[in-house]
Design a protein around this ligand. Structure first.
Ligand SMILES: Cc1cc2nc3c(=O)[nH]c(=O)nc-3n(C[C@H](O)[C@H](O)[C@H](O)COP(=O)(O)OP(=O)(O)OC[C@H]3O[C@@H](n4cnc5c(N)ncnc54)[C@H](O)[C@@H]3O)c2cc1C
Length: 427
């Protein structure tokens, strides 16, 4: 407490010593941070008053009501809102529907950099960094919201079904080991021992012991609950219709919101609020109950599909990749294909109960990389940022995205190694 108070005192003196308001402008992010660090001490309200005075001199006209406004409460927007609120910012999180109503509410929740990156590079680095943040985030979320995102890190098993798969699996494991991933190959005998839920015969597999999954819907619920706990205001049924070049957020029905920074996290609908080429890719999955044995690992058969057992015993089998525009129906053809994937992967699948089917829209750019950073064409003093197009990996990438977007929104600091994700690559 004493350390926090002296940090506050230093900030107040530092601000009092600077004679012209213009000298304070570059220091706003430090001020936001100082307010967060002194939360709960008598100094925090003093810093809030100084911050509001500085903001008033910076933005002529009406005062920003929030430090950060986030459009879209999928896993990305919710994670950004949580990260910003946790750092002491006043956050407004808006969703046209409900938090987690779209892709994030039904995703398989797998955290598998090894399956999703096909080469070393910035995407693999981001994915590994984000995976490393999940354990601390999951613990924080449980404590702050009371909702357990059900993080499981029991490993991923990539199986080879035929000889072609086997060759690719060996090549993949070799470059991944060179890139620093833990990958161990298993022959048929070792495979049967380590994963009794597998249908036989499968040729071989590679195991990635550090990877796993969360329950995606619970993760969104936990993020929203924890963001609220840190003071964020969350509004459902509120549609953002535009963000002006100056940063003003326009709402359906005529309202507006002014914030110190705006983050567009509208998933497959990013292209409706920006000129960025983000399009929807439909994904369907099914869920079964009553298998004789639940898989211990996440089972991945390359792009053929995967199976993952959730804590409540539901085993998800996914997923299709379809170009169907904004049509998010569950279809008979996709269900048939997924049933076939399940039969190939899991022992006793034909006798299991079909308990679940779901479809969602993944947001994808032409290069399949996310867009993270300032939105082109918004030169005003209010940063307008986009956090989108996480395609097959929004759940995996949520923690790293949130930390980096909070740096950008509150401290105007771009995370190192984000050049490949810069939205300006499409301008
Ligand atoms: C079948 C399937 C399986 C998947 N499995 C995995 C997996 O195992 N691991 C993984 O990491 N990822 C997985 N994904 C991908 C993951 O679901 C997405 O990458 C992620 O959900 C994208 O999150 P988001 O927050 O950007 O988008 P969304 O979850 O779609 O959220 C966007 C939100 O923005 C709101 N919105 C849109 N427009 C507006 C507006 N104008 N105003 C206000 N609100 C607005 C929407 O209502 C929505 O709630 C899977 C996806 C599918 C379809």
């Amino acid at each position: 407490m004493r350390r926090r108070q002296s940090a506050c005192r230093r900030q107040v003196l530092w601000l009092a010593n600077a004679s012209r308001p213009s000298r304070h402008q570059g220091r706003l992010p430090a001020l936001v941070k100082a307010r967060a660090n002194t939360r709960g001490t008598p100094c925090a309200p003093v810093l809030t008053v100084i911050l509001r005075t500085r903001l008033r001199s910076r933005y002529p006209g009406p005062m920003p009501t929030f430090d950060v406004a986030v459009a879209g409460a999928g896993i990305i927007g919710s994670a950004v809102a949580h990260a910003c609120a946790r750092r002491g910012a006043r956050v407004l999180l808006l969703d046209r529907d409900q938090p987690g109503a779209h892709a994030s509410g039904g995703a398989a929740g797998m955290l598998t950099p090894s399956s999703e990156a096909d080469a070393p590079g910035p995407f693999l680095d981001l994915a590994r960094h984000s995976l490393s943040l999940w354990p601390a985030l999951a613990a924080e979320l449980l404590e702050e919201s009371g909702v357990d995102p059900e993080l499981v890190l029991d490993g991923v098993l990539r199986v080879a079904i035929d000889d072609g798969d086997l060759v690719r699996l060996k090549e993949r494991c070799a470059w991944q080991q060179a890139a620093g991933l833990t990958c161990r190959r298993l022959d048929r005998a070792a495979l049967t021992g380590s994963e009794p839920a597998l249908a036989s015969p499968l040729a071989a597999a590679a195991v990635y012991p550090d990877e796993g999954h969360v329950q995606s819907a619970r993760a969104v619920q936990a993020l929203v609950g924890a963001a609220r706990r840190w003071g964020a205001e969350v509004q459902s049924g509120v549609e953002v219709v535009a963000v002006d070049p100056g940063g003003r957020v326009r709402l359906a029905g005529g309202g507006t919101v002014l914030a110190g920074a705006v983050v567009i996290a509208a998933g497959a609908w990013v292209s409706r609020l920006t000129a960025l080429p983000v399009r929807p890719v439909r994904g369907q999955l099914i869920g079964v109950r009553g298998l004789p044995r639940l898989p211990r690992h996440v089972l991945v058969a390359g792009r053929r599909g995967y199976a993952v057992a959730k804590r409540d015993g539901l085993v998800l089998v996914g997923a299709t990749e379809e170009d169907a525009g904004f049509d998010a129906r569950v279809t008979v053809a996709a269900t048939e294909a997924l049933l076939q994937t399940g039969r190939r992967l899991l022992a006793g699948f034909a006798d299991a109960t079909l308990a679940h089917s779901w479809s969602g829209l993944r947001p994808r750019t032409p290069d399949a990389l996310p867009v993270l950073g300032p939105l082109p064409g918004h030169p005003g003093p209010i940063p307008v940022l986009v956090a989108g197009a996480h395609f097959r990996n929004g759940v995996l990438l949520a923690p790293a995205t949130a930390a980096g977007m909070a740096d950008l929104a509150l401290e105007r600091r771009t995370p190192p190694d984000w050049a490949a994700f810069d939205p300006r690559r499409f301008s």
